[in-house]
Design a protein around this ligand. Structure first.
Ligand code: SAH
Length: 392
């Protein structure tokens, strides 16, 4: 196996099990390493640190996946990681009311570059690095053996594929993936598409937060902003919300949302196709206010250089939202930007309250659901942060 040697004093994080090594930490690499291949990573004294996946074109040149020199690399590593990931999900997720979840969450589950979501027995697989593509045959073998899926549909995540310069056409690599699949989450039926939905099809990271939000919904007027296919709206409706307004800029998402309400025999909410910023700004003029507002925007900070701009956008969005709250309303707000820290997000919400002329008391902190575990040596694996608060 080829080796890569790190610079002196640049190996501390790697030795502490942080899986990312940036190009600046590398002292030298053997000649002829194939993009995507597994390498042995050594410290400046040529001592073994870990095995890692090599990405020639990415700023993150190495993604470590094993700190055990005796772990022979091969299909067995994939099978072991999947077996362990599956056992964790089985322990954590109530299979009576939820049959779909994230089975494998990249670095946090010991297989960098791969995201595998289960949709009622079908797999939506994201391959996000050169190695993820390179070792796809091994991954396929492990998935078919460990979970016996009905089908596997592969989609690279666009922004990451660009950084890694991978060109892999999305396609079904096993079985037959239907255009849409009816999954079960929190006891609700949801029609999701691995082929045309956003990301792998649905956002499992909000499963537990949907329940938390819905617990407040009985008899309440709810505004679900960035509703996508209705995750929060459906849970709120099933829990007895008085009225729901679901807003998103995607017409496809809203028609999927209506289908989901019908699937569950729930009365359709008011749906509005709009840019949320414009929608909230325009509506500040009229008097309609809500008991509960949920703000779940897409990733607003796509790179380190856009963090400042994203923080301003979070502030504006939260300010506009808080202006639409009834007195003592429950305000639930998220950031899924990995680069925005929890602390900075809370600061932007605090400024938002000030500029809205409202008082916010934070009553709870929210994170991603249990099938998106956080590697404590790798803070980047925590990307979703949210708050629940009371607005006066
Ligand atoms: N809350 C959803 C997930 C939200 S994902 C759930 O529980 O499943 C973010 C959503 O925001 C996407 O559906 C996307 O179409 C929508 N979106 C992105 N930018 C928007 C904008 N400016 N205004 C309204 N919707 C937007």
């Amino acid at each position: 196996m080829k080796t890569v040697t790190l610079k002196k004093l640049k190996d501390k994080l790697a030795k502490n099990k942080n899986p990312w090594i940036f190009s600046g930490a590398i002292h030298s690499a053997d000649k002829g390493i194939i993009n995507g291949e597994t390498v042995k990573v050594l410290d400046s004294e040529k001592r073994f640190i870990a095995y890692g996946f090599y990405s020639e074109f990415s700023a993150i040149t190495l993604r470590l996946f094993s700190w055990n020199e005796d772990e022979t690399f091969g299909a067995g590593v994939f099978k072991q990681r999947l077996t362990s990931a599956l056992a964790a999900r089985k322990r954590l997720i109530n299979s009576e009311n939820t049959d779909s979840y994230r089975l494998l969450y990249g670095e946090a589950d010991g297989l960098p570059g791969y995201i595998a979501d289960i949709y009622s027995g079908h797999v939506g697989l994201q391959v996000n690095t050169a190695s993820a593509v390179y070792y796809l045959p091994m991954m396929k073998e492990a998935l078919t053996e460990i979970i016996s899926p009905l089908s596997i549909y592969v989609r690279p995540a666009d922004e990451l594929a660009k950084k890694e310069m991978i060109r892999y056409p999305e396609q079904c690599i096993y079985g037959n993936t239907p255009e849409s699949i009816i999954i079960k989450e929190n006891g609700l039926k949801i029609s999701a598409s691995l082929i045309s939905g956003q990301k792998t099809g649905y956002y499992f990271d909000q499963r537990e937060n949907r329940r938390i939000a819905a617990a407040y919904a009985r008899g309440q007027d709810v505004l679900d902003c960035f509703c996508y296919t209705g995750g929060f709206s459906l849970n709120a409706s099933a829990n007895g919300a008085k009225s729901i307004t679901s807003v998103d800029s995607s017409a496809d998402a809203l028609s999927n949302l209506k289908e989901n309400f019908a699937l569950n025999g729930l009365e359709a909410p008011d749906t509005v196709k709009a840019d949320i910023f414009e929608y909230l700004r325009e509506r500040n003029a009229d008097s309609q206010k809500h008991d509960i507002i949920i703000l779940d925007p897409p990733k607003l900070a796509k790179s380190q250089s856009s963090v400042e701009q994203a923080l301003r956008a979070y502030k504006d969005l939260n300010m506009l939202g808080m202006k639409k709250m009834k007195n003592n309303g429950i305000f639930i707000s998220f950031s899924c930007s990995g680069r925005v820290s929890r602390e900075d997000f809370i600061k932007s919400v605090a400024w938002a309250a000030k500029d809205a002329g409202r008082t916010l008391r934070i009553t709870g902190f929210l994170s991603q659901s249990c099938d998106h575990p956080i590697n404590p040596f790798f803070p980047e694996s925590e990307y979703l942060k949210g708050i629940v608060g009371i607005v006066e």
